[in-house]
Design a protein around this ligand. Structure first.
Ligand SMILES: C[S@@+](CC[C@H](N)C(=O)[O-])C[C@H]1O[C@@H](n2cnc3c(N)ncnc32)[C@H](O)[C@@H]1O
Length: 197
């Protein structure tokens, strides 16, 4: 084993968001193009900008102006604002804005912690968005979808996403569903979709 790999932190099983981040670290390299489909306060956008580096680019979507403002401020403070395009539009319209293929797409569904619960992702638009994202992936590209079945719309999203993902063509996509089984019923899930090489 290479010395670098031996010096990496040991694996800790935490939650769906951390698993999604681990997959992004394994997937993205400097110069890659990625999408943050649910920008929120920009934590994930900044994380992706760090992974794709100064030569890469991140397209980030949200329907709330406050998400754009907060993410812009976060990226400015990190000197990364050049690496991202912040788009005030629903992720279901991503193909109107992203005219190139991408290496990774990250969805962190639900509502913004601390903000109005009414502005949550919704099953119909979420399905449109994951379909659009699947089309944009390069071979080997990865989509992570964190789903929160602990609330009503999240529970509908989970059911619809599992049906959607289970029906993908196995010759084109490989799909994994992380389900924490020693946990409360509403514990977040991770669905991972990779376009085959
Ligand atoms: C759980 S938060 C995302 C957290 C974010 N990734 C972060 O790092 O702070 C979900 C976000 O999805 C946004 N959202 C809801 N419907 C959307 C849609 N149709 N398209 C894009 N974003 C949407 C909400 O406004 C909210 O900011």
């Amino acid at each position: 084993m290479a010395a670098d790999a031996m010096n990496e932190e040991r694996f800790v099983l935490r939650n769906a968001r951390h698993l999604a981040a681990d997959y992004m670290i394994r997937t993205l390299r400097e110069g890659d193009i990625a999408i943050d489909a649910t920008m929120g306060n920009g934590h994930d956008t900044q994380f992706l900008c760090g992974l794709v580096g100064a030569c890469g680019h991140v397209y980030a979507f949200d329907v709330q102006q406050s998400a754009i403002d907060n993410t812009h401020a976060r990226l400015e403070a990190a000197d990364m604002s050049e690496r991202a395009t912040l788009i005030l539009d629903g992720h279901q319209n991503m193909a109107n804005h992203v005219k190139e293929t991408v290496r990774a797409v990250m969805f962190n569904l639900g509502w913004l912690p601390g903000a109005a619960h009414a502005v949550t992702t919704k099953v119909e638009t979420t399905l449109q968005a994951v379909n659009a994202a699947a089309q944009l992936l390069v071979p080997g590209g990865v989509m992570t979808i964190c789903v929160y079945p602990g609330h009503e719309e999240g529970s509908r999203e989970l059911a619809a996403l599992l049906e959607w993902a289970g029906a993908l063509n196995v010759r084109t996509y490989n799909v994994l569903h992380h389900h924490f089984i020693c946990a409360a019923p509403g514990t977040p899930r991770l669905i991972l979709v990779q376009k085959n090489l």
